[in-house]
Design a protein around this ligand. Sequence first.
Ligand code: HEM
Length: 143
Amino acid sequence: MRISTHLTLGVSLILLLLSGCSQTPTTSLYQQLGGETGIAAITDGLLDEIARDKRIVHHFADTDIERFRRLLAEQLCQLSGGPCVYSGGTMQESHTGFNISLADYDALVDGLIKVMQQQNISISAQNQLLALLAPMYKDISYR
Ligand code: HEM
C-alpha cells in the first residue's frame, strides 16, 4: 500500500471517529414542544389568548375555530419536524383581506410566547419556533 493510501485511510478513520463523538442524541423541536400533546396544548392556549385579546379577537369573528385549531396544530407540528402534513391554505391565501398589522402580528406572537412560558417550553425551543414563524410575517400582514 502506498503512503498516500495510508494517509487517506488514516484521515478517514479520524473523521469517522470524530463524527461518532459529535453524535449526541438530538431532540427535534417537535419533541421539545411536547409532541402531539404539547402542540395541542400550545394551540389551545393560543386560542384562549386570542379570545381574550381585544386587540386582535375581532379578526376571528367569522372564523370556523375548530378548523383553525386543527390547521394551526398541523402547521406547528409540520414546521417543528413532526409527523404531520399541513393541509390548510397558504399563509398568503388565508390572511388576505384581514388587514393584519404588525401590531396585530406582535400581539399574537406575545400570546404564543406567554403560552409557551406557561407550558415550560425551554427558551431555546421557543426561539426556534419563533424563528420558523418569523418569515411568514410578510405573507400575513400587508400593512
Ligand atoms: C405566526 C403567525 C401566524 C400563523 C402561523 C398563522 C396560521 C394560520 C393558519 C394555519 C390558519 C388556517 C389556514 C386555513 O384556513 O387554511 C390561519 C387562519 C387565520 N389567521 Fe393566522 N396565523 C398567524 C398570524 C395571524 C395573525 C397575526 C392574525 C390576526 C391577528 C391571524 C388571523 C387569522 C384569521 C382571522 C384566520 C382565519 C381565516 C378564515 O377564517 O378563513 N393570523 N392562520
